[in-house]
Design a protein around this ligand. Structure first.
Ligand code: PHE
Length: 342
């Protein structure tokens, strides 16, 4: 009996010294101290001893069991403490470290230009309106006095939806003029910013780009009013020192029509690479709304006159920020986009 107890004592001591976590301790407990464990079988062995031997042996077993329980508890305490210390160490948070910052985005150059321009026009009392991107032929061409067979209707330039020429992706924001005049009575002042679509793709054209249409309808408007309005626009777009000039042009929906140049904001008119040594940069098309267009929308051209312009936002952004290739605006490269903060 004594020999067996000392063997077991050695076994328990060895097992405990190797135990690395509390899960192992419960294995040791069930092997030695549970009902079916080694110490219980020692107890059962008492029955085989003589009456005289039994009390002393029983006492030995009891002492051994007390020792085993106490040692296990002690080891359990030590392991729990160590486990807790390890967990604290692992989960420790250094509250003095800076947090993980998510980078904030910035507005795309096209959004910046659109916001600047709409702000400037809202300051002049214009409303900002939307017009459909998928548009009827009538609004894109016929109501704008674009005759049948005009090159801008050509299937090669324009994205028609389906086989007929009835529905298309608008190639300019000018349908916004017609839709506005159908809904609102003059006097009116609106700008219509939005996407437009043309089958073009090179360093200065993309199949989708942005324009902003402007329309004013009131009594006694003339080319001088248009000049004054576009001068404000040019100053808002580039710099308050620039001025504009008109060159005669042609659009079916304006008469007279003009091409508008802005004085070069890089060389101040002296001549440089940007203005190709002319001192002027072409920025938009404009004109006095054609009488036929007004009449088609139920507005009496003898009583009212209109001014209209259409400006390409990519072109303005490229000029303003010195971007040489339009594709860069659509690459979504953060090294480029990150440079624009409003
Ligand atoms: N819609 C014309 C274009 O896309 C621009 C324009 C608008 C010209 C309004 C005159 C008046 O080229």
């Amino acid at each position: 009996m004594e020999k067996r107890i000392s063997e077991l004592r050695q076994e328990i001591a060895d097992a405990l010294s190797k135990a690395k976590d509390t899960a192992i301790l419960s294995g040791i407990h069930s092997r030695y101290l549970s009902k079916k464990g080694e110490i219980s079988s020692l107890m059962q062995g008492l029955g085989k001893l003589s009456k005289e031997e039994r009390p002393a042996a029983g006492q030995l077993i009891n002492q051994f069991r007390d020792w085993a329980e106490a040692t296990l508890k002690e080891k359990e305490g030590a392991l729990k403490e160590a486990e807790l210390a390890a967990r604290y160490k692992k989960e420790a948070i250094d509250v003095t470290l800076p947090g993980t910052l998510r980078p904030t985005g910035s507005l795309h150059p096209i959004s910046l230009v659109r916001a600047e321009l709409t702000q400037a026009f809202m300051g002049l009392g214009f409303s900002v309106v939307e017009s459909p991107e998928v548009e009827l032929e009538h609004y894109c061409f016929t109501a704008l006095n674009v005759p049948p067979g005009h090159p801008s209707r050509d299937r090669q330039d324009t994205f028609y939806m389906g086989e007929t020429d009835e529905v298309l992706l608008r190639p300019h924001t000018s349908p916004g003029q017609i839709r506005t005049m159908e809904k609102q009575k003059p006097p009116l002042k609106v700008v219509v910013p939005g996407r437009v679509f043309r089958s073009d793709d090179d360093t200065s054209h993309t199949p989708m780009f942005h324009q902003m249409e402007g329309l004013v309808v009131d009594k006694n408007l003339n080319l001088c009013d248009l000049h004054g309005l576009l001068d404000v626009l040019a100053k808002a777009m580039f710099d308050e020192h620039v001025h504009i000039r008109f060159r005669p042009s042609f659009f079916p929906f304006t008469e007279p029509s003009v091409e508008v140049d802005v004085s070069c904001f890089v060389c101040d008119g002296k001549g440089c690479g940007l203005c190709k040594s002319t001192g002027w940069i072409e920025i938009l098309g404009a004109g006095v709304v054609h009488r036929k267009v007004l009449a088609g929308c139920g507005i009496d051209p003898d009583e009212y006159s209109g001014l209209a312009f259409g400006v390409g936002l990519e072109r303005v952004a490229m000029l303003k920020y010195g971007i040489g290739n339009i594709q860069i605006l659509y690459d979504n490269d953060l090294r480029m986009l990150g440079q624009f903060h409003s």
